[in-house]
Design a binder for this molecule. Structure first.
Ligand code: CAA
Ligand code: FAD
Length: 382
């Protein structure tokens, strides 16, 4: 087994780290406080190949592999998790949708601008009454005599919804077929019939804009179907396998930032005449943080490696997302504790890490849903 990275992977990691440390980190507090969308930084990530990491060069991407995506998202997330949310959705859910399931014409039309970060992509599955139970969606796409589809309905919590140019939408084309009656569509948000709700105020990842979107007699042409009619749910699930590696990477980045801040603090901060790092109760926290962080990173890399082998990686992705998100939440919690009052203060980023970590246990399938996926895949029992 080889734990080393290739020169190309290390180079991409280095590019991501440089942008993260020089541009994203310094403005993270501002973006968190104001919720302002970090358009300039997203453009910069795009110019450096980081908004289409696995997209082939001929479609405007970096042409790299899934392990490179993990390394890059970890670096960006360690500086600011909100940027990592935008980046992960753009890469794993939007670009991947078109590349893996789209026609050659769709690839030519929709990937380049998004992979280069000139436009933003989004993914719309969730509705107000159907999050975990995604097949209970009500958004309807009704086929017309001319082969087009009339779309009506709403989607909730859409990451980058307020700014996205294109959205991969999942809508019910045949309710009698359940999961097999769902179809994926490419939505152009400049066309008639598309609308956006207000940007949601959130606990964390505040600069990653999220909103409700709605469709009122939006006309999707036959050529806007991604894959085949009725294949939408499988497409969504297979994209979420990749997306969950992205969120696991985001969680690792938050956890690493909280851990590194804690390491520095336990060396400096004195109590009872000694660095707090000399106390066994603090040492136990550091040791447990390190174990959880390493486990999260290695399981995330394993999932990416499995994907790169072209094998099914649903279980590996769910294991990585569950382990990494719960590690991030636990590590951020301990990091606040280690920093005492300063951990609770907005003068340090610990409370931001704590707020940001929570979302990784919720989106792209809650921790309960990851457990359900893992257990179903392991036992074969439903
Ligand atoms: N790959 C390919 N196909 C898959 C699959 C996968 N990973 N998982 C399931 N399928 C297929 C099944 O084989 C089945 O196919 P058949 O009809 O041929 O039998 C079909 O999909 C239906 O599968 P299930 O019967 O397992 O479906 P279910 O209704 O029981 O739901 C679930 C399964 C795992 C709970 C799923 O609904 C789920 O993952 N829910 C969570 C939704 C989610 O993660 N939403 C994220 C929204 S995006 C987001 O959150 C972005 C962000 O925040 C940044
Ligand atoms: P529910 O499904 O109502 O779940 C409520 C609780 O019940 C949870 O604890 C859940 O784990 C539990 N539960 C539900 N079913 C089961 C079960 N079978 N067994 C055990 N426990 C269960 N969606 C998109 O489509 N695109 C996006 O870009 C996107 N971005 C998001 C960004 C943010 C900031 C947020 C908060 C959400 C986003 N989502 C997005 C939606 C997100 O994926 C859902 O919130 C998530 O899947 C959970 O769905 P829900 O909120 O409806 O919770």
């Amino acid at each position: 087994m080889d734990f080393s990275f290739s020169d190309e992977q290390l180079m991409l990691q280095d590019v991501a780290r440089r942008i993260a440390q020089e541009k994203i980190g310094p403005s993270a507090e501002h973006h968190d406080a104001t919720g302002e969308y970090p358009l300039e930084n997203i453009r910069l990530l795009g110019e450096n190949g980081l908004m289409g990491i696995e997209v082939p060069v001929e479609y405007g991407g970096a042409g790299m592999d899934p392990v490179s995506s993990v390394l890059a998202i970890v670096e960006v997330s360690a500086a600011d998790a909100a940027h990592a949310t935008i980046m992960s959705v753009n890469n794993s859910l939007f670009c991947n949708a078109v590349l893996s399931h789209g026609s050659e014409e769709q690839k030519q039309l929709y990937v380049r601008a998004i992979a280069e970060g000139r436009e933003i992509g989004a993914f719309a599955l969730t509705e107000s009454q159907s999050g975990s139970d995604a097949t209970a969606m009500r958004c309807r796409a009704v086929k017309q005599a001319d082969g087009s589809y009339l779309i009506n309905g709403q989607k909730s919590w859409i990451t980058s919804g307020p700014v996205a140019r294109y959205i991969v939408l999942f809508a019910m084309t045949d309710p009698s077929q359940g999961a097999r009656g769902i179809t994926a569509f490419m939505i152009d948000t400049t066309r008639a019939g598309f609308g956006r709700g207000k940007t949601e105020p959130k606990l964390g990842v505040r600069a990653s804009a999220t909103c409700e979107i709605e469709f009122q007699d939006y006309v999707a042409r036959a050529e806007d179907v991604i894959g085949a009619e009725g294949q939408g749910f499988k497409i969504a699930m297979s994209l979420l396998d990749s997306g969950r590696i992205g969120i696991a990477s985001q969680a690792v980045g938050i956890a690493r930032a909280a851990y590194e801040a804690s390491l520095a603090y336990v060396r400096e901060r004195k109590s009872f005449g000694a660095p707090i790092g000399s106390f066994q109760m603090i040492q136990a926290k550091i040791a447990d943080m390190k174990c959880k962080l390493d486990a999260a990173l290695l399981l995330t890399l394993r999932a990416a490696w499995t994907k790169a082998q072209g094998k099914r990686f649903s279980t590996e992705a769910a294991v990585a997302k569950l382990t990494a998100s719960e590690a991030a939440m636990w590590i951020a919690h301990q990091a606040v504790q280690i920093h005492g009052g300063m951990g609770y203060s907005k003068e340090m980023p610990l409370e931001r890490y704590f707020r940001d970590a929570k979302i990784t246990e919720i989106y792209e399938g809650t921790s309960e849903i990851q457990r359900l996926v893992i257990a179903r895949n392991e036992t074969g029992v439903r």
